[in-house]
Design a binder for this molecule. Structure first.
Ligand code: HEC
Length: 165
């Protein structure tokens, strides 16, 4: 009788040890997998200081196609006499992005874009798009179609938005 109880106990102890060990093993693989799967660039990111990393430039492209490409063209080529090209535009390639941000926030009319007077106005987007969305679109325009303009941050858009109020 004692023998039976003893061996049952032994089996129970063994089962316990085995399940503890496997729990510890899964906990370890979980912990061990963290540094390899987590993207440190993503976790340490400050949303106010956006850099044009993959996902955001993809988002900028999507937003451009939604809000801008109907006039400025899928490849920033514009339409002769109607809408100015953004490919090679001085406003889009200039390091100082003040004008670029201003045009998108507040729109533009009766101006000369690239030396051409356009009868059509550019609609304002300040009330439609967030600072981050505008920054993503501007960064997309500044890094597409051969443009190499200095990138902007959402904080810059916010600052200019407050300034022009
Ligand atoms: C309804 C047509 C239309 C849409 C949509 C539009 N634009 Fe424009 N955009 C214009 C016109 C027209 C001008 C020129 C206005 C002028 O010179 O008076 C212009 C000018 C500009 C300029 C200045 C270009 C230069 O070389 O001076 C920038 C930058 C610009 N648009 C960016 C954008 C962005 C970004 C979007 C999308 C968020 C957008 N536009 C959507 C019509 C449009």
């Amino acid at each position: 009788m004692f023998k039976v109880v003893g061996s049952t106990l032994a089996i129970l102890v063994l089962l316990c040890v085995a399940s503890l060990a496997s729990e510890r093993a899964t906990a370890q693989t979980r912990e061990g997998s963290v540094p390899t799967t987590a993207d440190p660039a993503k976790t340490s990111r400050d949303p106010g200081d956006l850099l044009p990393t993959g996902p955001d430039s993809a988002k900028g492209g999507t937003l451009y196609r939604t809000y801008c490409s109907a006039c400025h063209g899928a490849n920033g080529e514009g339409r002769t006499g109607m809408y100015p090209p953004l490919k090679g535009s001085r406003v889009v390639t200039k390091d100082d992005a003040t004008k670029h941000i201003h045009v998108v926030l507040d729109g533009l009319k009766d101006a000369k874009a690239g030396g051409v007077v356009y009868a059509n106005p550019m609609p304002p987007f300040g009330n439609i798009l967030s600072n981050i969305d505008i920054a993503d679109i501007i960064d997309f325009e500044r890094s597409s179609w051969g443009n190499h303009g200095k990138q902007v941050t959402a904080a810059q858009i916010a600052a200019q938005r407050n300034h022009s109020k």
